[in-house]
Design a protein around this ligand. Sequence first.
Ligand code: FEH
Ligand code: ZN
Ligand code: ZN
Length: 348
Amino acid sequence: MKALRLKNWGREPELTEVDRPVPGAGEVLVRVEAAGLCHSDIHVLDAAPGTLPYRLPFTLGHEIAGHVAALGPGAHGGPAPGERVVVHGPWGCGTCTRCAAGQDNYCDRRGSLDWHGAGLGRDGGMAEYVLVPTARHLVPIGDLPADQAAPLSDAGLTSYHAVSGVRNALGAGTTAVVIGVGGLGHLAVQILRATTPSRVLAVDIRPEALALADRSGAHLSIPMDSDTAAALRKATGGVGVDAVLDFAGAQPTLELATQVLRPGGELAIVGSGGGQLTVRKPGFLPPGVRLSLPFWGTRQELVEVIALARAGAVHVETEQLPLRSAPEAMDRLRRGLIRGRAVLVMSG
Ligand code: FEH
Ligand code: ZN
Ligand code: ZN
């Protein structure tokens, strides 16, 4: 089968012919229908040798949807052959209390593993087939199209998990701000609209991203410039915003968040833009502000995201591409030229 494999650190991945995996005890072989591209793939490609614990070579792709092709011995109780599924991508140790609860994204043994999941040190889904270690990593998707389901397993799930973490601050009469309206941010806007009563404001530097925010249901989209803080404060009648979800995580966006947060507000730093905040008392942060660094999401949250999409409450704007176009698409992703989410669609 064809697979996009990372063979050397700092080098482009290669489309390679490899043997189709055969599921062993407890394992499930999934025929991949779609696999999304993520900024984390770029971070993996650009990682210097030794910075990630992963062993080369491996197949990329941690945002995967398809159907069950075969079950290994004893792999029962999960989806049956032929059933369409999405893969819960964070694979932990499988035996700690977090993994046992479907919270592999916060595995207690993460630091000792030489993988973080499908396509992250283990063979992933930018291939015709992917081997999943256990059926508990699979969530049924019914008739949801694969190009929708795949991005929901990472972009959607990460956004949903971030919203879940700040939900306490988002009751009636509140305001939430999404900074960065890309593959994750446009889904966060929809998830906020679908699951909270908050007004949703969106901030981005790109006009096309602000248009995407409008299409996604933002009440107001505001360009990132020197007037953004004033515009956000004005939009809240001067009291400040109740929650900021920063999908950039860059210095300017973190500083914007500290300028507009309401006392007692929530800041979820989702993007890995490398921005820094000084947290001290007294300091610049409003009193009572809570910070979170959400990572990916739980299996149960993935079930909930899929249910939202199947109910029509969440729709992913995708750019669909064949597997062979992945290197070119990754280069455009690296340069910020992908609108929505790029999804590799497997033929056959
Ligand atoms: C995966 C692995 C490591 C860092 C970040 C990620 C995210 O793409 C998961 O949503
Ligand atoms: Zn990702
Ligand atoms: Zn674990």
